[in-house]
Each structure stands twice: as C-alpha cells, then as structure tokens.
Design a protein around this ligand. Structure first.
Ligand code: GUN
Length: 283
C-alpha cells in the first residue's frame, strides 16, 4: 500500500498563517519582531537558504535584515558585530549562517550569540535546556520533524526511533527531542556495523546522513514513518533526499518528500522561534 506523504509545504502554510496572527498581536503591543541573519562569504547554498528565511519572515510580518560580509571578515570583527546585535533590542533573533569560512571558529561564534536571541537553538545553554526538557529555543530542523510526526497523529511514546546521522544540528538533537517524547532512540552513523539491521527495526526512521538515496526500500520496516532530512544535489541538478522515495513510498505508512518536506518546516520553525523570542521581550 502506498504511504501517505507528509506535506511540509502545506503544514508550513498552516503554521505560518497562525504565526502571522501572533505577530499582529505582538505589533499591537508596540513591538515589531525582527530577525538578523549574518552571512560571511557567498556560499550559494547559504544564499538560497537565506532567501527562504527572508520569504518566511516577510510572509508572517517579521522584520528581516541580512548582514552580508565578504569572506575576508575576521573572527574578531564577526564577534563584535554579534555583540552589537546582542545589545540592540530592536532585534529579537540573531542567526549566523553556517558554514563559516575556515579561519573563523564556529564554536566561538555560536557561543557569542546571546542565548536569549539564539533562534537557531545552537547555543550550549539552549542545548542543555533542551536536554533537560526545559522550555527553550529548539533547533529548527529537529523541532520541525517532531511537528511533522505529530501532525499525522502518530504516537511517539514507546516507539523505536532510529536516527541515521549524528550531526550537532540535526541527528543528535532530533534523537533527544524524540526521547523527550518518550521514544526509544537508537543513533546510527557512518561507523555503524550492519546498519540495515537497525533501520529495519525502526517504527520511526530519521535519515540525516547527507548521502543521496542511501536508505533503500529494503532497509525500511513495513508501516514505518520515514523522515528524510537529506538535501542532496545530483549531477543532473535534481534535488534528492537520503531515502529512495519511490521505494519508501511502497513500504512506509508515512514518508516526507524532498523537496517539500522537512525543508519548509525548518524555516517555519525559525519563524516560530523568532516570534517566541519577541514575545519573551514583551514580558
Ligand atoms: N546551515 C545549514 N543549516 C543551518 C541552520 O539551520 N542554521 C544555520 N545558522 N546555518 C545553517
């Protein structure tokens, strides 16, 4: 039986219209929520992601500013710019687009952003709060994935979750968020022996490895929920996920497409965090 597709675009549109109402309410109280995105260099993928962030912000009425600097910006200069925005209360969200040029220490940069404005949810203080199940800014892709699973009414508690990939941005935090929802979580990665013996046991499979068509239909448990985080560009120019979509569709109960799945939800969760941050500044 063909799986139901979890439509990230449709779910995003619904959430964005709810956020637009919240933004109106915040503005009525005299505050305009604003996000600043800082980009160093001209990475084409980063520029494309940023366009999506700008579009979502504008759609819901959040102010958006792009601070675009040349590749030659020093770490010291970048840290000073972040500090200025930390102290500028016209801005409620600060996002430094990753990856940064090699001469800049990403950890130092992420740790410089005020945890109160860290709408990416990357600051160690916010990661710590997430791990202990406190209310905080959650990293956008993992938070979007949880929303997508919940949107189709799938119970997470008690399920076997297998996360393939252990990045700080997606793999590790998505496992933690699903653990917070009472799932039993297994992390797999490039050094895992006999990977498919794990994936075949997953009620919920999250593929976040960054390798085109890595997970095949035969690696998936019949009836599983399959979340594909991969954004891989083939030589033909076509975008594809980490999962062979056409095969997954025949085995899974629910599957997310690429494009139009996790990507739009990631951006919507950034808008959500920015609105939440602005609300915190009202209090
Ligand atoms: N680069 C790729 N994904 C992300 C993200 O979610 N946030 C930031 N800041 N940079 C990224």
């Amino acid at each position: 039986m063909a799986a139901t597709i979890i439509d990230g675009k449709q779910l995003s549109a619904k959430k964005r219209s709810e956020l637009a109402i919240e933004v109106e309410q915040i503005k009525a109280k005299g505050l305009v929520p604003k996000l600043v995105v800082i980009l160093v260099g001209d990475n084409p993928a980063s520029l494309s992601y940023i366009r999506g962030k700008q579009k979502a912000s504008e759609e819901i009425g959040v102010g958006f500013k792009l601070e675009h600097f040349p590749e030659t910006l020093t770490e010291e200069e970048l840290l000073a710019i972040i500090d200025d925005y930390n102290n500028n209360n016209e801005y409620h969200g600060i996002l430094v687009q990753l990856p940064l040029p090699k001469h800049i220490n990403e950890t130092a940069v992420v740790e410089k952003i005020s945890p109160l404005k860290d709408v990416d949810g990357f600051h160690p203080i916010n990661i710590g709060r997430m791990m202990t199940g406190q209310d905080t800014f959650l990293p956008c892709t993992p938070a979007g994935i949880v929303e997508m699973i919940k949107s189709v009414g799938v119970e997470i508690a008690g399920k076997n979750v297998v996360v393939v990939g252990r990045s700080n941005i997606v793999g590790k935090p998505v496992g933690q968020l699903l653990l917070n929802e009472h799932a039993t979580v297994t992390y797999c990665h490039s050094k895992t022996n006999n990977l498919s013996s794990y994936t075949k046991e997953a009620d919920i499979l999250v593929a976040a490895v960054g390798r085109a068509n890595f997970i095949k239909g035969q690696d998936i448990k019949p009836g599983a929920v399959v979340i594909d985080v991969g954004v891989n560009r083939l030589d033909t120019g076509k975008l594809c996920g980490d999962v062979v979509f056409e095969e997954a569709k025949e085995v899974a109960s629910y599957v997310t497409p690429v494009p139009g799945g996790v990507g739009p939800m990631t951006i919507t969760m950034l808008a959500h965090n920015t609105v939440q941050s602005a609300k915190n500044f009202l209090e």
